[in-house]
Design a protein around this ligand. Sequence first.
Ligand code: ZN
Length: 336
Amino acid sequence: MKVLQGELPDRVPVIPQVTYTTAQITGVGLIEALHSPKKTAKALLAGQRRLGYDAIYVGWESSFNLLAEAMGCTMRFPEDSVPQVAENIVKSPADVDKIEVPDPNSSGRLPLHMELVYLIKKKVKDEIPLFAYTPGPFTLAGQLAGVNPLMIATIHDSQFVTELTDLALEASIKYALANIEAGIDVIVIADPTASGSLISPTTFGTYAAPQQKVLVNAISQTGAFASLHICGKTMPMLELMAETGTKMLELDHLVDMAEAKKRVGHKVILMGNLNPTELLLMGTPKEIEAAAKGCIETVGQDGRYILSSGCEVPPLAPLENIRAMVLAAEKYGKFS
Ligand SMILES: [Zn+2]
């Protein structure tokens, strides 16, 4: 919280993006936890207690899937993974008008998520900062209409994309505000479909950034903090991302942190970016310590940096690897 408030902390904070990886500790099934906020809360709290990181990501599955389902998409529930959209609800531009903005306290499985936030907040009070995801409007639009149709529409049906992303924006704001009301400190705008791995900076600037900006503004006005999380390659749009007014950028492992620091470090707090698969899932604690040390030395010297994974930590990442990240922050990240 000191970093977010512009003060120098005692050391570089370490906040790996850990959610369902904590199922390893309590033994709860990935799908079983989805229907029990109590079991999810137990796992998330146990993860923080056991591994000692500085904040909790309150959630279990992608926020854009949860909202897409509440807005009418059909989901598939695989045994060993979190749910995915099976059938999109928007099949033609005329469908946009038929969809209602979901109520976080009554639509679909959103109330289960809200209960999870209440349970965790009740337990940690103001001792541990809480993060929660809300969908980037472009990504939620892709869930509602399908990513391919959305991409094609960015080329020939500007009005459809705007109407769809406006609807997604409204849903995302309502969800974010409910999360803040329930005690979340940092709203993470997850916008993977707006990645430079998928769209050009021009498309980003036209269809993703304007909605992100409105969302950031709605979050900031409450006194909570906004963090923009875009997976994959984001080097071409770092400035556009920083100009949304977000407090933080969560950068993936494909981003050169030193260059990001140079280009936007004066505007935003940077967070990242250990490789979730090659390092956290398949690497050793020694390799993780070295990579974390490198990040801290490169971008963590002025107190405007949070050590993290580049994206969500995979469900089967060894817990000792996450612990190695935390120990590295304690060993190399001290300011005094
Ligand atoms: Zn990501």
